[in-house]
Every structure is written in structure tokens, then in C-alpha cells.
Design a protein around this ligand. Structure first.
Ligand code: MOS
Length: 734
């Protein structure tokens, strides 16, 4: 039998991508397309007093100038809002809530004509005072009303953390901060909206085709089945494409008016104002320990900001609840509105930001006690989930620590900060833990096995660059008994059976059980067919499907090809759904990992270079060793950006993004990234889902910033508690 699951198969869509044949949303071949360009507010708070569109309307090639004055009224309420950003203003009134809000759209024959005409629109504002930074709204912090979509409360505690902290013999009491960050996928948001009668097809770069078509229908007040969303290829999303942001619906509104397909592609600059961001956070950590480093009390109190017109909270404290053993623990989240857009999910939302704080604080505790940082974590190893009071479905964190430390050579670390040198450079070694929850939702898939021996799998999931196409092919091939080359995967279309948003690292765990179930059904149909045909007289148990043919188990030389078995039929088909049961009531499900990093710090320039990196991760069964490894490398690189370079600067007077481009918003480039040694620890976990998959998208970036900050401290003796760790912070810190 073919065993392709786990194999380091190349992406089945790799050739399409490297040859340019893969069509991204803006490249879909749609005829007679008109081009749209957005007009955005230049103030953060107030009203549009006047908007003069006359010159733009006269400009050559212009088909439509749509503002709140002439936009179709959407009934004032947008049903089926599923994600942040989907209840944004959609040109319905003159109110301005943030700098960069879409206040109009130009549609013209060409992109150039639309761009030119957009410049001719003049806007006069009644401007109100605005606040755009967390530090300006500390007096407005309040308990979140919709924390995690109402799925849980924003605060939790066990034992008596406040009292026990006061009594603890060793204390760390520090505040850590993270800045606004933007996702910066390589492919910008892009949409082509095509109406045929009252039916709408929307090609747009989306992490959720199945959710998006409902949101668009809700905005427009039409039935879900009138809208189809297509997203065949996605050039990265990182959470920014999990919601259907307003430009998508605006393009659809405009297309209906001009009675032509409308294409709208966000500029790189607009990618900093139109699709959410990771909000600024302040996190107060209090760790109380005994003299052996065992945690007695732990508090993690987080502040972040949201929009004035909607709530989204960075859930910084959730990893803290489960990460270490501690009898007295409390977390809280508070939020305040600013005159900004609404924040959203950004790769490991809450985990990445929260674990920077927790893992920095743990390092400070290790330093205070002169205990090795890894040893401190082992002394506080959580043998069960002390928050849910449940056993782990599986946990291989000790193996991650051991294998990672061995590969890195951690035992050769000099404890004293500033004691390791490489020429004039200070050398620092830091480590941190990683964790991420196993998420899974209901999903369905259809498999069709054709008489030509090929299988087609259809599912309304999407491949955001992670390798979804490939793992679906591997799972289907194994479950049917086909060579993987004979599986065609069709995803990224809301017409296919429903699947969840590719967020929360849940796609593999949600979709592959459905693909597996439908494929097994096909295998059974095929074998049953053989018992009435080619192998009449034999029982199903006597037969197997191997390499695309039904064979007799006792004599594999007796084969029947699929084409022969299906004679007279087009295909066998099966549609199956798969969903979680109540297993999360019995087990706590998380993936874990460990980071080890060496940095070199120039003491005169304050420049930090990452010299060496080892990451070890255990996330259940690995479906494809190559794409999993790529996910890990990508996650670590994303974390290095968070640690060292990434920060969105807002003008505090106007809320304008000052560095809305990837020349000034610094994402890591090749020269910033050393060789990354990836250790994948295979885990058998029968509880998480039928395939034992936990998901690998977000885990590897959790803890990177902490590991780097800890390495910087080890190199220099300087503790940087406010990301990113840029030279200015090292130079001005005594
Ligand atoms: Mo991810 S931030 O859950 O798309």
C-alpha cells in the first residue's frame, strides 16, 4: 500500500507557482474588467464636511465615483458578520473612525485613469481630537465585552495569586510591551467582483472562502447562495485575510453599479490601513517563586487597544494559564478604544505577544536565582493542564527541550551575562518555550474517483501557502490506495463542501479527517464493486486497493484496474463530514516546542545579529515533513521580525501610518536569517482527531521574541522589555 502521509513530498502546486501558471485573485481571467481605486480618510476622527468629486467625474475614463453620498444603502445592519473588520463602515455615512478609512472608490476603464481621478477628489473634514496609542487611553481601559467572541471570560484565576505573590521569597515584577505590527503577506489583498444577473462571484485573496461568501451576502442583504467566493492561490495571509474586509464588499457594490466586473487591488501602503493589525500591548507580569525556582504565584495582566467602533482583544494571557505548573495564577485582559482601525488575528495572536512577556519574565527569574533558564523550565514543567484540570492528549515538550538543547550545545553556555565573546561582539544564548492550542472545526469533503483512475477531491478550504493542496492529496492517496500523482485537489471555492477559516492553525486538523473519511468510503465502494465483478465470489475483506488497483490480498498478482471495475460508470463519489466530539472535555490539546538562539551584539552599534537557531517542535502527526519544516522556518523568521525589527509607527496627531511600506516597516530579509535547524518530534496522539494532527502554522513563532530577548540579555546584561529590540533601545539602556 502507498504510504505517502508524512513523506517530504514537494508541493503538488509548486510547478504552477514557480512557472507563474498559478493564478492569484487579481490574475483571474475576467473579461471587460473595470479598475477601482480607493479613496481614504486623512484624519483619524471626525466627519466628512464636504467631498468634491466633480473633477474626478469629468476625468477621462471614469465610470463611477462612489462615496457615502451615492453608495447603495445596505440597510444599516450587516448580518452574518463573523470576524473583526466585517462590521466596518461601508460608505454608509460621513463618520470617520480612523486614518485610512475607505471614504470612496473610483472606478475607471484603466487602473491609471482611476488612480489619476482619485487624486482629483478633495475632502474637507470636521476634525475631532483623536487618540491612537495605548498610552493615551490607559484611563479608559475596561473589561472586554466579546473576549474570544464570547467563548470565554477575559479573566481567570486559580488559587490565590495576589496574596501568594506578596509572600513569595523571590519575585519578578515587570511590564513588557509589544508594538503595533502588520502582517505583510507578499500578495496584497485583491478582489475581482463579477455579477451575472443577481448572482455574484468574488475572486479575492481569502483565508476563508466558505465564511467570506456569507459575509459578503450579509453586507449586500442577499441570500448566501447568490454569492460564490473563489481563492485558488493565496500569497500569505497570516490572519490579515481571515476576515472579509470592507474593500471586498465595496468592489462588489461598485461592480453592480457600473454593470461590469470590477478589480480592486490594495496598494502596499493600503495594506497598513485596510486589513487589521496586531495591537499594541502592555503586559504586567508578576512571578513569585521559592528559592529553588518553583513558581508559587503568577499573574499576567494584559492591556491592548481596539477600534472605537468594534472590539478585538489580543489574548496575551491564555498560554500563561497552561504553560507552567503553578498553584496560584491569574490572568486578565483589559481593552480601550483608540481612533484606529480594528486589530485582528496576526499569526499566533496572543500567544506570540503573551509568550514574549512570560518567557522574558521566566528568564529574569532564572537570572535572579542563578538557575539555568532551561533547568528553571524543567522545574516548573506542567504534567497536566492545571487551568482545565485535564490530562494532556499528548505532550512532548521535554523531548523538545532535550533534543533542541543537545543540537544547540546548550550545556556549554556560560551563565554570566556578557561572558561570551566573538572578537568584539558580545555573544548571547537564549531559549524559550513554545505552545499553541490544537484547534479543529467541522469540515466536509467530496471525493470523486473516475474511470480513468484519477481521484478529484473538493473542499471549500484554502491553501494560504502552508501546503494544504499537498497534504490533502497525500491523505486521499493513502486512504483510497492511489499513487499521489493521481489525485487532483480542488479547493478555494465556496461552492465546494464547507470548511473552516484557515486560522488558528486548524486547517490540517479539520480538513484531513473529512478527506480521509470520504476517501475511505471510495475505497470501500471500489472493493465492494470488485466483489460483484472482477473478483466475484471473494469477500471485501479478501481484497485491498494498492497503487490504484484492487488486488487479492493473498495473491497480489491478481489485480483489477479501476477503469475495468467502473466499466459503464463515470465515477464513484462520496461526500463526508468530520467534526470534533467531546474529546476536549477529556483532554487538553496543545502543541509544544523549544527555541534556542545565539545572537551577536555589536556593543558600539547596538546591532543584534541572529547567528544560530535551533527549534524543536512536537505537533502530533506530521503529514508532510517538507511543508511542516517550511512552516517552522517561516514561523521562526516571522518571530525574528517581531523580535528585532517590526513596528508600525503612527503619527500621534493624525493616526497616519508613518512607515506603511516594506522599506521602512522592516521584515526580516535573507541576510537577517541564519541557517535554522529544525527538529520535528513525531507524536502519536489518538485523541486530537482521527489523523492525530495538531497543526503547525502558528506554534513555531510563539516564543521566538522571548528567546531572542533572552539571548540579548545574556550577551549584554541589558533587558529589553519593549519590542522590537532595535539598536536605539540597546544604546540608550544603561
Ligand atoms: Mo491565523 S492569525 O489564526 O490566520
Amino acid at each position: 500500500m502507498t504510504t505517502t502521509i508524512g513523506a517530504p513530498l514537494n508541493r503538488i502546486d509548486a510547478r504552477l507557482k514557480v512557472t507563474g501558471a498559478a493564478r492569484y485573485s487579481a490574475e483571474m481571467p475576467v473579461k471587460n474588467v473595470a479598475h477601482a481605486v480607493l479613496i481614504q480618510s486623512t484624519i483619524a476622527n471626525g466627519r466628512i464636511a464636504d467631498i468634491d468629486t466633480a473633477a474626478a467625474e469629468q476625468s477621462p475614463g471614469v465610470l463611477l465615483v462612489m462615496t457615502h453620498r451615492n453608495a447603495p444603502k445596505l440597510g444599516g445592519k450587516q448580518k452574518s458578520v463573523q470576524q473583526p473588520g466585517e462590521d466596518y463602515p461601508l460608505l454608509q455615512d460621513d463618520a470617520i473612525h480612523y486614518n485610512g478609512q475607505h471614504i470612496g472608490v473610483l472606478v475607471a476603464e484603466t487602473f491609471e485613469a482611476a488612480t489619476h481621478a482619485a487624486r482629483l477628489v478633495t475632502v474637507r473634514y470636521d476634525e475631532d481630537k483623536s487618540v491612537v496609542r495605548l498610552g493615551q487611553v490607559l484611563d479608559k481601559l475596561a473589561v472586554p465585552q466579546h473576549f474570544r467572541g464570547g467563548a470565554r471570560l477575559p479573566d481567570s484565576s486559580r488559587g490565590n495569586p495576589d496574596q501568594e505573590f506578596v509572600a513569595a521569597p523571590v519575585k519578578i515584577d515587570q511590564t513588557y510591551q509589544t508594538p503595533i505590527e502588520h502582517h505583510n503577506p507578499l500578495e496584497p489583498h485583491a478582489v475581482i467582483a463579477v455579477w451575472t444577473g443577481d448572482e455574484l462571484v468574488v475572486f479575492h485573496s481569502s483565508q476563508s472562502v466558505a465564511g467570506s461568501h456569507k459575509t459578503i451576502a450579509g453586507h449586500l442583504g442577499i441570500s448566501d447562495d447568490k454569492v460564490r467566493t473563489v481563492s485558488h492561490f493565496i500569497g500569505g495571509g497570516f490572519g490579515s485575510k481571515g476576515s472579509t474586509w470592507p474593500h471586498v464588499t465595496i468592489a462588489a457594490m461598485a461592480a453592480r453599479i457600473v454593470n461590469r466586473p470590477v478589480k480592486l487591488v490594495l496598494t502596499r501602503r493600503q495594506m497598513y490601513t485596510s486589513n487589521g493589525f496586531r495591537p499594541q500591548t502592555r503586559q504586567h507580569l508578576r512571578l513569585g517563586a521559592d528559592r529553588d525556582g518553583r513558581l508559587i504565584a503568577l499573574r499576567h495582566d494584559s492591556l491592548s487597544h481596539t477600534a472605537s467602533f468594534g472590539e478585538w482583544v489580543e489574548p496575551c494571557g491564555l498560554s500563561t494559564e497552561i504553560m507552567y505548573s503553578c498553584p496560584n495564577l491569574g490572568v486578565s485582559h483589559r481593552v480601550a478604544p483608540t481612533d484606529t482601525g480594528i486589530p485582528t488575528f496576526m499569526r499566533a495572536p496572543g500567544e506570540a505577544s503573551g509568550m514574549f512577556a512570560l518567557e522574558s519574565a521566566m528568564d529574569e527569574l532564572a537570572e535572579a536565582l542563578a538557575i539555568d533558564p532551561l533547568e528553571l523550565r524543567l522545574r516548573n514543567y506542567a504534567e497536566q493542564d492545571e487551568h482545565e484540570k485535564l490530562p494532556w492528549s499528548s505532550k512532548s515538550l521535554k523531548q523538545c527541550y532535550e533534543r533542541g538543547a543537545a543540537a544547540f550545545g546548550w550545556n556549554k553556555r556560560e551563565r554570566q551575562p556578557g561572558s561570551m565573546r566573538n572578537g568584539d561582539l558580545f555573544v548571547g544564548w537564549g531559549m524559550a518555550s513554545a505552545t499553541y492550542p490544537m484547534n479543529r472545526s467541522k469540515a466536509s469533503a467530496t471525493v470523486r474517483l473516475q474511470a480513468d483512475g484519477r481521484a478529484i477531491v473538493q473542499c471549500a478550504t484554502q491553501d494560504i501557502g502552508t501546503g494544504t493542496y499537498t497534504i490533502i492529496a497525500q491523505v486521499a492517496a493513502d486512504a483510497i490506495g492511489l499513487p499521489v500523482e493521481r489525485v487532483t485537489v480542488q479547493i478555494g471555492d465556496s461552492n465546494f463542501p464547507e470548511a473552516p477559516v484557515s486560522g488558528g492553525s486548524q486547517t490540517a486538523a479539520s480538513v484531513t479527517p473529512a478527506v480521509d473519511a470520504a476517501s475511505r468510503d471510495i475505497r470501500k465502494q471500489l472493493v465492494d464493486l470488485a466483489t460483484t465483478g472482477s473478483f466475484k465470489g471473494l469477500r471485501s475483506e479478501d481484497l485491498d486497493v494498492v497503487d490504484g488497483a484492487v488486488v487479492v490480498k493473498s495473491d497480489p498478482s491478481r489485480r483489477a484496474e479501476i477503469g475495468t471495475l467502473l466499466a459503464g460508470r463515470d465515477a464513484l463519489t462520496a461526500t463526508k463530514g468530520a467534526e470534533p466530539g467531546d474529546e476536549k472535555k477529556q483532554f487538553s490539546m496543545h502543541s509544544f516546542g523549544a527555541h534556542f538562539v545565539e545572537v551577536h551584539v555589536d556593543p558600539e552599534l547596538g546591532e543584534v545579529r541572529v547567528a544560530r537557531y535551533v527549534g524543536a517542535f512536537a505537533a502530533g502527526r506530521v503529514l508532510n515533513a517538507k511543508t511542516a519544516r517550511s512552516q517552522i522556518i517561516g514561523g521562526i523568521v516571522y518571530g525574528l521580525g517581531m523580535a528585532l525589527t517590526e513596528e508600525t509607527d503612527l503619527d500621534h496627531r493624525s493616526g497616519r501610518v508613518l512607515n506603511g511600506n516594506i522599506a521602512e516597516y522592516l521584515v526580516p530579509v535573507h541576510a537577517d536569517v541564519p541557517d535554522i535547524e529544525v527538529i520535528l518530534i513525531e507524536e502519536q496522539d489518538p485523541h486530537v482527531n482521527p489523523l492525530g494532527v495538531k497543526g503547525m502554522g502558528e506554534l513555531p513563532m510563539v516564543g521566538v521574541a522571548g528567546a531572542v530577548a533572552n539571548a540579548v540579555f545574556h550577551a549584554t546584561g541589558k533587558r529589553i522589555r519593549y519590542l522590537p529590540i532595535r539598536p536605539d533601545k540597546l544604546l540608550r539602556t544603561a
